[in-house]
Design a protein around this ligand. Sequence first.
Ligand code: PAF
Length: 280
Amino acid sequence: MKVCRTIEEVRGLSRGARSEGRRIGFVPTMGALHEGHLSLVRAAKAECEFVIVSIFVNPTQFGPNEDLERYPRPFERDREMLEREEADALFAPDVEEIYPPGALTFVSVEELSGKLDGKSRPGHFRGVATVVAKLFHIVEPDAAFFGQKDAAQVAVLRRMVRDLALPVEMCVCPIVREADGLAMSSRNAYLSLQERKAALVLSRSLAKVRAEFEAGQRSAARLREAGERVVAGEPGARLDYFAIVDPDSLDFVDEVARPTLVAVAAYVGTTRLIDNVVLG
Ligand code: PAF
């Protein structure tokens, strides 16, 4: 696996592979890799002949009081994991390579970026859209792979790709969970043993909503109440949002009549965790 630090290097590799007729798959990450990321790499390997993974902890998607400084950066471990998955290239630029001094250009997906996580984390999706647009221009992939765990991010990026006519196929892969149901996340590393137990309330609340839905409940208000009650029963967690929305527009729905996103975000200690399920 080739490790690239510069735009020129990774673009050269990508263009070289394309000129040999290979399909380029791209998995953008912020590192601290876990099975969820590896499932994206495997999906990319299954569909593409040349797979590029990026590791870049993107400063513009962190708010001023968020965890940019303490975000885990186990680079050597990540590199070995990608080597084992037989990724073809790892792009790991430093901040100045992506944001040259004086950079003034951002990509903003209006409205959608202010919903769900975007409401709790102002500016977050502007940072995500900007870095992903830049990475797409740098890597020039045919297909890019994202996790369904970040459902609002998926909605924002799908819209960006459509609106800007970016020639990239968006591939979204299922959430990968620990055996006890906790959705895998790099931020799980922050949790103490006790917090790790409290964190299970997210998947438990979604399981409750799914059970109510399967028993015939279609009212979004009722389903949301059921989910919120489960979270309220866990003293170690503080709810940020429990939302039942259209997966593309992220608008609230009244009834679960077509595929509907049920998304939850909660703080466990100081760690903000998210999870979701699609019903219908
Ligand atoms: O999902 C992530 O890890 C990040 O938001 C992404 C897509 C790599 C952009 O920094």
